[in-house]
Design a protein around this ligand. Structure first.
Ligand code: PLP
Length: 378
């Protein structure tokens, strides 16, 4: 039986072309990039080339790119990095952030910014919460469960206004804007300056690159307190011998994602339409959570009366892999905080399924999923 994989928000296949770029660094180019002989210097220059490749996609400077072990680490470095420097200050995070943002924010003076029923940050609330003691705002670019894309430009405009006000009032506290962009690169542009971002987290495991690879973009001039101390690699922000194969793989994966972005967005948008139309016609008890304007690869639904765990397992037996709630969360027994934040009840959350499409997804896949789902549910 041919399987259908619809959990691309959790993990993507490692692109064979990316793997080929990584392979030399897993074998004969094993040298420590900090060593001083010629072979190691070549590896160092390959790492720096990768940094430049990443910077280009973000329209940033190479010195602004910190290689990390994935988005969890990047998010932790960003939030700890600012908050440890300003322990009396406050961080604002949206109510639908990934746990890797929420959990580190909870270690500090923090507040949650509410979202509306579509998962959009309530800008009026954000304005109210931007008191003179706030030093950092962290709002994800695109949500991993329901696909909501935030209006980063509008948020950064509000932040700029607050900064101007602070200057007038002689409040010396800086105000930074961080975004978790883990779900974005396959479908959305990443031009950090256009969104007024000070920091952006990205992740290789979602873009057909290696897991435990990623970056934190940190705009010039921002000083962060390191989370990991040691040999001072990555400009002192992420000590430890570099994961060279991961760095090289991430850089090529990001470059490829950027190249494919426009075409994939168009293709997946069409598939998303077919998917939601098919559900409306063949699974009338399904309600689609994902709003138009959300990430084009996400179809999040609730189906009244079902036990989502059971339907997920039955789909699995039929060769269809999808998620209940979010696969990013290790404690999947609890109702998803994202679904709660957009106003779904615990009962509704327990009837939810998430399908996330990717490069391998075809129209035939979607037709089959709808047919199987209709048979299981109706
Ligand atoms: N942020 C978002 C939005 C995610 O979807 C994920 C997914 O796992 C992460 C952060 C964490 O990434 P990782 O587990 O690879 O560190």
């Amino acid at each position: 039986m041919k399987t259908i994989y619809l959990d691309h928000a959790a993990a993507t296949l490692l692109d064979p072309a990316v793997l080929r770029q990584m392979q030399p660094y897993l074998t004969d180019q094993f040298y420590n990039p900090s060593a001083t002989y010629l072979m190691a210097k070549k590896v160092r220059s390959d790492v720096e080339e990768a940094r430049t490749r990443v910077a280009k996609v973000l329209a940033a400077r190479p010195r602004e790119i910190i290689f990390t072990a994935g988005a969890t680490e990047a998010n932790n470095i960003a939030i700890h990095g600012v908050m440890a420097k300003f322990p009396q200050a406050k961080v604002l995070v949206s109510a639908i952030e990934h746990d890797s943002v929420l959990e580190i924010a909870q270690q500090y003076n923090h507040a949650l910014v509410p979202v509306d029923n579509f998962g959009q940050v309530q800008l009026d609330e954000l304005k109210k919460q931007l008191t003179p003691d706030v030093v950092l705002v962290s709002v994800m670019y695109a949500n991993n469960e329901i696909g909501t894309i935030q209006n980063l430009t509008a948020i950064s405009k509000i932040i700029a206004e607050v900064k101007a006000e602070r200057q007038k009032n002689k409040n010396p506290l800086p105000l930074y804007f961080h975004s978790d962009g883990a779900q974005a690169p396959n479908l959305l542009p990443l031009l950090v300056k256009n969104y007024g971002l000070d920091m952006l987290s990205l992740n290789g495991g979602k873009i057909y690159g290696p897991k435990q690879s990623g970056v934190l973009y940190v705009a010039t001039g921002i000083e962060l307190e390191p989370l990991i101390y040691g040999g001072g690699q990555e400009f002192g922000l992420r000590s430890g011998t570099e994961n060279v194969a991961g760095i090289i793989g991430f850089s090529f994966a990001l470059e490829k994602a950027a190249k494919k972005r426009a075409a994939e967005a168009k293709r997946l948008s069409a598939l998303q339409h077919i998917f939601t139309q098919g559900l409306s016609s063949h699974v009338p008890t399904a309600t689609i959570t994902t709003q138009s304007g959300a990430l084009h690869n996400v179809v999040h639904i609730t189906i009244s009366g079902i036990d989502n765990e059971r339907v997920m397992m039955e789909l699995d037996e039929a060769g269809i892999m999808c998620a209940v709630g979010s696969a990013c969360s290790a404690s999947s027994d609890e109702p998803s905080h994202v679904l709660t934040a957009i106003g779904l009840s615990d009962e509704q959350a327990q009837t939810s399924l998430r399908f996330t499409m990717g490069r391998s997804t075809t129209e035939a896949n979607i037709t089959r999923v709808i047919n199987v789902l209709a048979r299981l549910v109706n």
